[in-house]
Structure formats: structure tokens, C-alpha cells
Design a protein around this ligand. Structure first.
Ligand SMILES: Nc1ncnc2c1ncn2[C@@H]1O[C@H](COP(=O)(O)OP(=O)(O)OP(=O)(O)O)[C@@H](O)[C@H]1O
Ligand SMILES: [Mg+2]
Length: 288
């Protein structure tokens, strides 16, 4: 599903509330992997709530495959869009309400698609195998007694149960240790055709898996760049209060020192390999 925001602004309906988002123009094509970054309060969560049509633009419009969210809302037809989008919220435990973790896992599929229980269980087993979580344990465990990393995994698995076309993740690695983060990266890297929109304060974690980065500051888009062009926008990002990934900051600094690679690299491990190769090359060069 292609999504387009056309001049979208949003203001919460509270006394004295300021604009949370202003004049957002954004096109997201099916299958794109993008990160939304920005300081606290810059409007990231508001943006994904709009993209998931949980809230409607105060002004402007959002088009899903060309269909206006306002028209769909008037026709009470938003569920058709929402069942194609999976969301992992910033605090997934706030959304839990089932007694057992298994029922939480299958809730969306049970209610949106209404298949028989056997089909649900087959899908749940298939998915949880990849998540290293035991279905039988989930059937006898409260979702609230899981660790914060496990809660996040459960919420992500629940969103993936219905194979959404678009997956939205709000701070998915918060509260996760390194192995949890690696597992999440592995899961994301298998979602080839799914659009992935993720909010993060730590771009370094995801850089290897992204096509594009959108920077927000005070409710406005201050950068919308392809990953390969990001190194040219380091100063713009810093000026907007966004911390660029360390691996790109190092390469930005190296460029100033006259060291430039053919293409930017996106992991520290690769950067170290490139620097070692450069050092070897220098050693081989005849001294002048
Ligand atoms: N339910 C709400 N009612 C009123 N104002 C809100 C509400 N939620 C957010 N805001 C305001 O809207 C603006 C954007 O908030 P939002 O939660 O989208 O930011 P964020 O970038 O996700 O921040 P964080 O990094 O802290 O999660 C902020 O000024 C915030 O105070
Ligand atoms: Mg937020």
C-alpha cells in the first residue's frame, strides 16, 4: 500500500494546544524501510498515529493507495486500512488487556480475519518459532509477567500475525538488551516486501536495514534523505537536534581529513575493515 501525506497538520484537542505536526508532505511506497528520528516532543508518535489512521489530520489529507482518509472515515471504512497496517506502540504493555499472553498474540488475527482456531494456532506456532518463544508457555503466562523485551516481542508478533503490508514500530528496541536488539534486526531483515516505518532514538541500530531517514523537529520535516545521501546532511541533522549515526559522523570527520570511501559504509565493523585496508595500502606505497 502506498501512503501519501498531503500538507498534513495536526493539533491535539486540548486547551491552549499548539500544532504537534505542521505541513507534512510525505510519500511512502510499498516495501520502503524508513526511520523517523527527532528530539522528544518533535511529533514522531503523532505522525505514526496519523499514518495508522488512529487520529485524523486537523488539516490536509492522507491518501492510502490514492484513497482519502477523510472520505474513508466519513464512510466508516477505516478498518479496511487499519487491518493492512501493523503497529508496535511505544509502550506495548499499555495496550495489553488479555489474561494470557497467547490470547494477546492472536487477538488481532482472531478479530480482524476471524479464521478458525486451528488456523490461528498454526500461524502462531510458525511465527513464534522464529521469535524463540514457546506457545505452550504463552498459553499459561500473563502478558504482564513477561520481561519488557519479551512484552515488546509479543506485541511485535501480534502485529505480524496478520502479515501486514505496513509495519510501524515506535521505539522498538527500548528496554531490549543486545541479543534482543539483534533478534529484532534479524526479524526486520526478513520482511522484504513489507513497508517498515520505525521511530528510533538510535539510528545506528537500524542503519544497515534502512532505505531512507526522515528527521522531525518541532512538528516539521527538517530532512528526508536516502540513506546514501545522509552523510551530506550531518550538519543539517545536528542543527535540528538530531543525533546522526556514529558510523556516519566518523566518516564525515574522515572526509574532512581527506579520507573518503567510494560509498559510505553503515556498520562500525565494516568501517574498521575499510580503515585497516587503507592502512595496509599506505604501508605498501613506496616512501617519497
Ligand atoms: N495526547 C496528547 N494530548 C495533548 N498533547 C499531546 C498528546 N500527545 C502528544 N502531545 C504533544 O504533541 C507534541 C508531539 O508529541 P509526540 O508524542 O508526537 O512526540 P514524540 O516525538 O513522539 O516524543 P517522544 O520522543 O518523547 O516520544 C508534544 O508537544 C506533545 O506534548
Ligand atoms: Mg513518541
Amino acid at each position: 500500500m502506498d501512503i501519501e501525506c498531503r500538507d498534513v497538520s495536526f493539533r491535539y484537542d486540548v486547551p491552549g494546544g499548539d500544532w504537534a505536526l505542521r505541513n507534512i508532505d510525505l510519500k511512502i511506497s510499498q516495501g520502503e524501510k524508513l526511520a523517523v528520528v527527532g528530539p522528544a516532543g518533535s511529533g514522531k508518535t503523532t505522525l505514526i498515529q496519523l499514518l495508522d489512521s488512529l487520529i485524523l489530520p486537523t488539516t490536509g489529507d492522507i491518501l492510502y493507495d490514492g484513497r482519502s482518509v477523510k472520505t474513508l472515515a466519513k464512510a466508516k471504512n477505516l478498518h479496511g486500512i487499519r487491518r493492512r497496517i501493523g503497529v508496535l506502540f511505544q509502550f506495548p504493555e499499555h495496550q495489553f488487556f488479555q489474561e494470557m499472553a497467547y490470547d494477546e498474540l492472536v487477538f488481532t488475527m482472531r478479530n480482524f480475519l476471524k479464521p478458525d482456531e486451528e488456523t490461528i494456532e498454526i500461524r502462531a506456532c510458525e511465527l513464534m518459532d522464529g521469535f524463540n518463544m514457546d506457545i505452550d508457555v504463552l498459553k499459561t503466562t500473563s502478558p504482564f509477567s513477561l520481561s519488557s523485551g519479551e512484552k515488546r516481542k509479543l506485541a511485535l508478533a501480534s502485529a505480524l500475525m496478520i502479515s501486514p503490508e505496513v509495519l510501524i514500530l515506535d521505539e522498538p528496541t527500548a528496554g531490549m538488551d543486545t541479543s534482543g536488539r539483534n533478534e529484532l534486526m534479524r526479524i526486520i531483515s526478513t520482511l522484504h516486501d513489507t513497508t517498515v516505518i520505525l521511530i528510533t532514538h538510535n539510528l545506528d541500530d537500524f542503519l544497515d536495514h534502512l532505505d531512507r531517514v526522515i528527521g522531525l523537529s518541532e512538528g516539521r520535516i527538517v530532512c528526508d534523505v536516502h540513506r546514501d545521501a545522509m552523510i551530506e546532511h550531518i550538519s543539517d541533522m545536528e542543527n535540528a537536534g538530531i543525533v546522526p549515526p556514529l558510523v556516519l559522523r566518523v566518516q564525515h570527520w574522515l572526509r574532512k581529513e581527506g579520507i573518503r570511501f567510494e560509498k559510505p559504509v553503515y556498520s562500525m565493523d565494516t568501517l574498521i575493515v575499510c580503515l585497516k585496508a587503507l592502512q595496509e595500502k599506505k604501508k605498501e606505497m613506496p616512501a617519497r
